[in-house]
Design a protein around this ligand. Structure first.
Ligand code: 5GP
Length: 120
């Protein structure tokens, strides 16, 4: 998937669209999902232009990948999700129903989250 700089998360990164920010550093931004599916539903995105997890894992630098996952753990800890537990999920491509073509990790918590996938 070629990166589309007009996607909604690119606009959030440029400050053209507001978000409810949870965390930011030089490499990563995290903000509340506009349509939460759990008491805690945060989206964690790299600042680099990667269209999906596939693109990020294949093409991001080792530093970008390391900074990203360090931030995921910090955000989970800051939100007090470590002891009760949490779930992360990334939709990549059509079969997963990815809507926004900028790599993002969903971070869910705040209640028991049930089965990993919806039953067909
Ligand atoms: P995907 O289906 O691509 O994995 O998830 C995209 C997520 O982005 C959805 O959970 C959706 O609610 C969220 N989303 C879409 N547009 C916006 C927006 O403008 N602001 C925020 N905060 N979340 C959004």
């Amino acid at each position: 998937m070629a990166y589309d700089p007009e996607n909604i998360f690119a606009k959030i990164l440029r400050g053209q669209i507001p978000c409810r920010k949870v965390y930011e550093d030089d490499h990563v931004l995290a903000f509340h999902d506009i349509n939460p599916q759990a008491p805690v539903h945060v989206l964690i995105i790299p600042k680099g232009a990667y269209s999906s997890l596939q693109d990020f894992g294949a093409n991001a630098s080792v530093d970008e990948i390391a900074f990203f996952f360090r931030a995921v753990s910090k955000i989970a800890a800051d939100l007090n999700l470590v002891e009760p537990g949490y779930r992360t999920l990334s939709n990549a491509g059509l079969n997963a129903g990815q809507e926004v073509p900028h790599f993002h990790l969903h971070l869910f918590g705040g209640r028991p989250l049930g089965p990993m996938l919806a039953r067909p």
